[in-house]
Design a protein around this ligand. Structure first.
Ligand code: GUE
Ligand code: MG
Length: 356
């Protein structure tokens, strides 16, 4: 049956019908990207065609291995953290505030704390009940704003309905805004000649994946699908800062496929399972898939599996490089959070290299 359903203003492909969707989020940091220390981490891969696909079978995209690249970044961070410990006797500290009991949020927060541990960053976790008041959350933010052992503060989003995300995000002092969500940091990202203190981790991770796999951004046409505050919008701004020509496609764009077909680089961050089909892509395009969408799959133990915003099977036949889901952008998001926290601590202890 070939019916389509609507999601987020986009028509979902039949394969994705009947799914709830959740978009992933995050931030970036300031100063430029860690330089690649070793060669690109890519494994060639051959994807099987779905029988209905109009694409030829042979050319196959290189997988951008986000898990391996994130691992590499974490090693670099761990080395810097131990240098910091030797030179000033301190390590970076990250405070993570979670309100409520969403399973996905609990999982993300656990991964963030575990990643901190692995690289030697101290983490301070606060888990608050669903009915916590906005003032109570504001008090925790204030406490961490004033705590010199804390260099980064992350309030896990989404927050319960009765709490204003705007109020909470705006209360984090910008020097500790490792999520890069504060309007001051987004504003600086949007301005020519300004460098934000922090860039949101997910968009920063997307750029880092491109840089570390040798993809040239300057002069390229990038299409960002989605315009959320946490991914799409900062990703588009960051790509412009890297001298790409950027188009943003969103739910009111009349011909998203046609626009996307012009892209050398596609960043899909819309939270609609497999929205981007093979025929949305120009042959040879580089595809960064930010979506992490659970779709029902009764053959798995959990009853669901994760798919991206891109139909991976089809895109593999057309793209030159592509990130998988999971194992693509997600692990980089966490690595960039660690990187932002390290950078913040370096600033606090006067260890920052000369301005770029
Ligand atoms: N204040 C705030 N900052 C955030 O950065 C933030 C947030 N709120 N709210 C939710 C989103 C989502 N997010 C992810 C982080 C890691 C993975 C990740 O590691 N994913 C793995 C595993 C996926 C899985 O198995 O569940 C992967 O893609 O391979 C995904 C998503 C951060 N977010
Ligand atoms: Mg989004």
């Amino acid at each position: 049956m070939a019916t389509s359903v609507r999601g987020g203003g986009f028509v979902l492909p039949p394969a994705a019908a009947g799914r709830s969707f959740s978009s992933q989020s995050n931030l970036l940091s300031n100063r430029l990207l860690l330089l690649p220390k070793i060669g690109p981490v890519c494994a060639p891969r051959f994807c099987k065609l779905r029988s209905s696909s109009p694409f030829a079978v042979e050319p196959s995209a290189t997988i951008i291995d986000g898990k391996a690249i994130a691992q590499q970044v974490r090693q670099e961070i761990a080395a810097e953290v131990s240098k910091m410990k030797e030179s000033v006797g301190k390590v970076p500290g990250l405070a993570v505030i979670l309100v409520g009991t969403r399973k996905d949020s609990e999982t993300y927060v656990r991964s963030k704390k575990k990643a901190c541990e692995e690289v030697g960053i101290d983490s301070y976790g606060v888990n608050l009940p669903e009915d916590t008041t906005q003032d109570e959350v504001l008090n925790f933010v204030k406490k961490f704003n004033d705590d010199p052992a804390v260099h980064g503060i992350l309030v896990q989003l989404p927050l319960p309905k009765h709490i204003s995300e705007e109020a909470i995000v705006g209360s984090v002092c910008i020097e500790k805004d490792v999520d890069g969500f504060h309007p001051m940091n987004i504003g600086a990202l949007a301005m020519q000649g300004r460098t934000p203190l922090f860039v949101s981790c997910t968009p920063k991770g997307c750029i880092e994946l491109l840089v570390r796999t040798g993809v040239v951004i300057k002069g390229k046409h990038a299409v960002v699908i989605g315009r959320s505050n946490i991914v799409g919008t900062p990703a588009a701004l960051l790509l412009q800062k890297q001298n790409a020509t950027v188009t943003v496609v969103h739910s009111k764009t009349p011909n998203p496929a046609e626009v996307t077909r012009n892209a050398d680089i596609v960043i899909a961050a819309v939270g609609v399972p497999e929205l981007v089909r093979g025929d949305w892509l120009k042959p040879g395009a580089v595809v960064i898939d930010v979506g992490i969408n659970p779709v029902e799959d009764l053959s798995t133990k959990k009853g669901y599996r994760l798919v991206g915003d891109v139909c991976y099977k089809e895109a593999c036949q057309v793209a030159s490089k592509i990130t998988p889901v999971p194992g693509g952008v997600g692990p980089m998001t966490i690595a960039m959070l660690l990187s932002n926290t390290l950078e913040s601590a370096k600033r606090a202890y006067g260890l920052v290299d000369a301005a770029p």
